[in-house]
Ligand binder design. Structure first.
Ligand code: S3P
Length: 438
């Protein structure tokens, strides 16, 4: 049952919620684990990626209870209370877990080793190892990729580091190490990236200064335990947003309780400039994060040139944006998105192969893609596509079924469970016809 069969449908509508935010769920475990006192996290994303973080925290001596699927109670051990794991920590498919844990563990008085699945073992880790070494940590990669070996740290010292890429994972790893450093640690960025770590650190009582482009952490005495509610993941909502834009057929789709942190919602800006009708309702705060409900109506999209500044703010949404672009009238150009080459798969290459198999005219660039949109009516031929083991690619091609002429078979979809457990059932709830098949 490692494939999806997605039959064409013509009407996407109703009301749906999406599971908790993946980025925030990882961070909630790490910060609660090193806080003092008991933290209570609801809305936790019980996906493979976040469960890898949960198991890692337990292996490091943190007591975590799960009274319900999406609720975790974390008994924090304090900044200096983590214990060495008895074995290598397996991060599965989770790049966020591997990079953030590298930062956190590089400051501990014990050795650690981080490993992952086949995809994660190919992903670049020097981007975190290098700044951490500048702080005095001993972090080793194997020719730039995992396993990541971390030796017990002497005292780290604060640095002033300019990120070569706008990566929230690298920024966060440095900030986590900075909690343990002598003196403040400053991270400057070439562009804005998601700021969940900064928001959550502040709610745990850590002093941070600066803005979106430069943030400085002052090492705290302690982190204070919290009660946290994780909002729905905007990146999961993205698949349903695009499905409704392509096929709400006079109705509307409502997605409730979606995290709307402005460092995550670049896709909304991009889609709106393509002509999308998306309304934010009930905008409110959920702790440190903005949350709202989204109402989406079918819209005739126009191709655009995606502004470079929006790329990091929509970094996980390009696979599904490519599907939207194929259904727009005119050409869409994405550039400055070379990071897509080093995600869970090479998302430019894997999406290109799938778009090609479904008859979409496009060309790839080293850092993006040019897509010739077909406008109205069915756009995608039926056929078979490979997800490359990439959850977001798999879900994106399910969305294509809203504008397909014939069924689409999507291969290698088990990794959807890394970010969106229960995706097919929720997709069917709003009118998609997606089923698991052999
Ligand atoms: C994430 C940051 C992004 C994103 C990933 C989650 C995070 O990666 O692609 O899915 O939780 O910090 P980069 O920061 O490496 O771009």
């Amino acid at each position: 049952m490692n494939s999806y069969l997605a039959h064409p449908v013509r009407r996407v509508a109703g009301t749906v919620a999406v599971p908790g935010d993946k980025s925030i769920s990882h961070r909630s475990l790490m910060l609660s684990g090193i806080a003092e006192g008991t933290s209570d996290v609801s809305g936790f994303l019980a996906s493979e990626d976040c469960l890898a973080s949960l198991r890692a925290m337990r292996s490091l001596g943190v007591d975590i209870e799960r009274p319900a699927e999406t609720r975790v109670i974390v008994r924090g051990v304090g900044l200096r209370g983590l214990k060495p794991a008895l074995h290598a920590l397996d991060m599965g498919n989770a790049g966020t877990a591997m990079r953030l844990f590298t930062g956190l563990l590089s400051a501990q008085h014990f050795d650690s080793q981080l490993i992952g699945d086949e995809s994660l073992m190919r992903r670049p880790m020097e981007r975190v190892a290098k700044p951490l070494r500048e702080m005095g940590a001993q972090v080793h990669t194997r020719d730039g990729t995992p396993p990541v070996d971390i030796k017990a740290a002497e005292r780290l010292h604060g640095i002033d580091y300019l990120l070569p890429v706008a990566s929230a994972q690298v920024k966060s790893a440095i900030l986590l190490a900075g909690l343990y450093a002598e003196g403040p640690t400053k991270v400057r960025a070439p562009a804005v990236s998601r700021d969940h770590t900064e928001r959550m650190l502040r709610s745990f009582g850590v002093r941070l200064e600066g803005d979106d482009m430069a943030v400085c952490v002052h090492p705290p005495q302690r982190l204070q335990s919290q009660r946290l509610t994780v909002p729905g993941d905007f990146s999961s909502a993205a698949f349903f947003i695009v499905a409704a834009l392509l096929g709400a057929s006079g109705g509307a789709l409502m997605i409730e309780n979606v995290g709307l942190n402005p460092t995550r919602t670049g896709l909304l800006d991009i889609l709106r400039s393509m002509g999308a009708d998306i309304e934010v309702l009930n905008l409110r705060s959920s702790g440190a994060e903005p949350v709202g409900d989204l109402q989406i109506r079918e819209s005739a999209l126009r191709g655009i040139e995606v502004p470079a500044a929006l790329v990091p703010l929509a970094i996980d949404e390009f696979p599904v944006l490519f599907i939207a672009a194929a259904c727009a009238s005119g050409e869409t150009l994405v550039s400055g998105a070379q990071e897509l080459r080093v995600k869970e798969s090479d998302r430019i290459a894997v999406m290109s192969a799938g778009l090609g198999a479904l008859g979409v005219r496009h060309s790839t660039l080293p850092d993006g893609m040019r897509i010739e949109g077909r406008g109205e009516g069915p756009v995608f031929d039926g056929g078979e596509v490979q997800s490359g083991g990439d959850h977001r690619v798999a879900m994106s091609f399910c969305v294509a079924s809203v504008r397909a002429r014939a069924p689409i078979v999507i291969r290698d979809v088990a990794n959807v469970a890394t970010s969106f457990p229960g995706f097919a059932a929720r997709a069917r709830q709003i009118g998609l016809d997606v089923r698991n098949c052999g």
